[in-house]
Design a protein around this ligand. Structure first.
Ligand SMILES: C[S@@+](CC[C@H](N)C(=O)[O-])C[C@H]1O[C@@H](n2cnc3c(N)ncnc32)[C@H](O)[C@@H]1O
Length: 466
């Protein structure tokens, strides 16, 4: 069996990154864009001992579950890889994905609950980071044309999957409130009309780099953050005035200057042209300040649902000392503070810790404390002596999961309850298998924070073995 070979196969399930899975000569084959129930023709592009990866060439027989995606870009855009599936199917495949990981990698047989759905399967994001570029991403159909296809021109949208230099020129997007796309379209039309170029990663020329929109869910605050390569006040002032006139609901307008090669959508410095320079929004009864650089849960309404699951699993009692590892800007710490005697958040990013302290103070929470540091160093014996032994320990690490040293610390510490919040069920499963030495898994609850994508958040309740 060679790379390049075209094969036909039925797809029976989904796997990592939402790919469809079939079998060919006893080997699993992963096919991006295929869904269970499809029979597809695909070309082998990667060959490993235990699996193959294949590129979808043709859907020979479409799955009965397939629906037409809402968005014309759904198939090529990395933003929404599961739009061709009805929402109930997405929820079921996400549950199966978690179950597969915890059984296979975690060696855990606790039942996995049905995925908690998101009430708003579109327009749920509070933040979009659009990019501008001088080269647009070509469709498969354009690539296969015999004649030359020009990929130059101003593109405004999202990075093509896996490409830092090509932008998928968007004509619609349904992930954030519709005003978000209208703002992007306005900037694109302005750039085209005034012949102002997008930043070119290779040439280091051009002006427009990113447009970051933050739209609050409950307060209706609306932040526009235009990221430019250089500080040209004549362009900035004119565009700013025109946008404010066309979109009077903008509550704060920021221009960030990123004159460095790095592709981040933040600036080396910024100007606040209108409003306070931040937006505010609620999770539960708590009001949070969200500045342009701050991490904030991307689906505000569903963050409350996620935190409610954590709170239910944690069952915090009045005298409890709660630790919130990887606490970000302290949103979960504050949410849980109501029932606890003390909450201690630990976080690596200085800015986030400062935000967490401000958030606690603005909400009048005096018994939440925030410590800056890497968990594997900062979460140590002297910290425990200072704040007390944890009754409940929340851990919400990034995708990579917890460092082995942190797992060792947890096993030695023996907190009675651990609630693990994870955005990657494969690293969650690996960590659960290590924690199983001293902990029993009581409940596993997948929570859908990102409809139309394969991403799934999981909350797991663990108790110390007798
Ligand atoms: C998934 S977010 C959790 C955010 C928070 N629990 C919330 O709900 O908003 C993970 C957080 O861990 C932080 N982080 C990553 N590695 C870390 C480390 N080694 N030590 C401490 N914090 C870390 C990141 O900066 C990020 O804020």
């Amino acid at each position: 069996m060679k790379k390049g070979l075209s094969i036909e196969l039925p797809i029976h399930s989904t796997a990592f990154k939402g790919k469809g899975v079939g079998r060919y000569h006893e080997r699993a084959v992963f096919v991006k864009g295929a869904v269970p129930g499809d029979v597809v023709k695909a070309r082998i592009i990667k060959k490993k001992k235990s699996f193959l990866e294949a590129k979808l060439l043709e859907i020979i027989e479409a799955s009965e579950d397939r629906i037409s995606p809402k968005c014309q870009h759904a198939i090529v855009c990395g933003g929404c890889s599961w739009q061709q599936l009805p929402y109930e199917k997405q929820l079921e495949y996400k549950r199966q994905q978690v179950e597969d990981h915890v059984r296979r990698i975690g060696k855990c047989d606790t039942a996995v609950n049905d995925t908690l759905p998101c009430m708003q399967p579109f327009y749920y994001r509070n933040k979009m980071e659009y990019s501008f570029g001088p080269r647009r991403w070509l469709s498969d159909e354009e690539i296969q044309r015999e004649e030359f296809v020009d990929d130059s021109g101003f593109a405004a949208g999202l990075h093509a999957p896996g490409r830092f230099d090509k932008i998928l020129n968007l004509y619609e997007c349904h992930l954030q409130d519709p005003i978000s796309f209208e703002l992007l379209d306005f900037v694109r039309n302005y750039a085209l009309k005034h012949k102002i170029d997008a930043f070119d990663t290779f040439e280091k020329t051009g002006f427009f780099r990113h447009l970051v929109i933050r739209k609050a869910h409950y307060t209706n605050d609306l932040m526009v953050n235009l990221v430019c390569y250089f500080d040209d006040q004549s362009i900035i002032k004119d565009l700013y005035a025109k946008m404010m006139k066309r979109f009077p609901s903008i509550t704060t307008f920021i221009v960030s200057i990123n004159d460095q090669p790095n592709p981040t959508a933040t600036g080396r410095y910024h100007h606040v042209l209108h409003g306070p320079g931040y937006i505010e929004d609620y999770i539960g009864p708590f009001r949070f300040t969200i500045d342009p650089k701050a991490f904030f849960q991307t689906n505000t309404a569903q963050a409350e649902a996620l935190y409610s699951v954590v709170s239910k699993f944690a069952d915090i009692q009045e005298a409890d000392v709660v630790y919130d590892l990887y606490c970000g800007v302290g949103t979960l710490s504050l949410f849980l503070s109501k029932h606890a005697s003390k909450v201690v958040g630990i976080e690596l990013v200085d800015e986030a810790v400062k935000n967490a302290r401000i958030n606690a103070s603005k909400n009048g929470v005096k018994h939440a404390f925030f410590v800056k540091g890497d968990i594997k160093d900062a979460f140590n014996e002297s910290l425990i002596q200072q704040f007390g032994h944890p009754n409940v320990l929340i851990t919400d690490p990034p995708r990579a999961g917890m460092h082995p040293d942190v797992i060792t610390q947890l096993l030695e510490l023996r907190a009675p309850n651990i609630i693990y919040v994870s955005c990657d069920s494969s690293t969650l499963a690996r960590d659960l298998s290590l924690l199983s030495e001293r902990y029993t898994v009581n409940a596993i609850q997948p929570v859908d924070m990102f409809p139309q994508t394969y991403h799934i958040e999981t909350v797991v309740s663990l108790t110390l073995k007798p």
